[in-house]
Design a protein around this ligand. Sequence first.
Ligand SMILES: [Cu+2]
Length: 165
Amino acid sequence: MKRICRCAIVVAGLLALQNLPGPGRAAAGGAAATFSIVAAQTPANGELNFNGADKGRLMITVPEGAAVDLTLTNKGSLPHSLEIIPYTKQLPAMALATPAFPGAVTKDPQVGINKGQTAVVRFTAAKPGKYLLICGFPGHALLGMYGLFEVSPSAATKPSLVIKQ
Ligand SMILES: [Cu+2]
């Protein structure tokens, strides 16, 4: 019985720790939104897809203030990258110089990462609204390598990643 009680205290303590602000977490207590993004997961759209989805069919939603953590893995034969940019119907020819949020871009997005490589992007979703998640390698977003990224004004929104068929 004593043993069980001690375990319960440890578990409660760990749960409390998870809610504390720390590296990669919003100081304001924003939810952690962690997603795995795979460039060229399938051959769809000439491999220009994220998690198999092209042309805005991948949709990520996070609450305002979320500490977003995106891990990009490249399974394709071409270089790929990831950048969050403000929503636009005029897809850019390549990565923008400045992402929508500080840190919301992989290193050297116009060069990208190669097959088998991984890059992590961490940022705070500080402003509600609609954004695009694009591949910044020249030509890829224009050819359909982009998804939608939405920041909900409601802190109660659960982070989600949906692929529209
Ligand atoms: Cu790409």
